[in-house]
Design a protein. Structure first.
Length: 85
């Protein structure tokens, strides 16, 4: 009888440890997925800015318009509320 309770106790301890490990790994996985989404969003904003800037250069914008494209693009990349030169 004592060995049965001993085995049950060991099984419960092992289950608790495994559950703790699984919960920890799932939380790390969520954090990593969120970080990946943040990085991908930043990449999309940067490449969008570079594409728009390249288009502005190809369309031969005036210096004033080109500066505006740069400021607006940086504002978008940095996700800021305002920007100025």
């Amino acid at each position: 009888m004592d060995s049965f309770f001993g085995m049950v106790t060991v099984a419960l301890v092992v289950a608790a440890v495994l559950l703790t490990v699984v919960v920890f790994l799932l939380s790390r996985l969520r954090v990593t997925a969120r970080e990946k989404e943040d990085i991908e969003g930043e990449e999309r904003r940067v490449f969008g800015f570079l594409h728009h800037l390249g288009q502005a250069i190809a369309d031969d914008y005036s210096s004033r318009k080109l500066f505006r494209v740069i400021v607006e693009g940086l504002k978008e990349v940095l996700e800021s509320e305002g920007a100025a030169l």
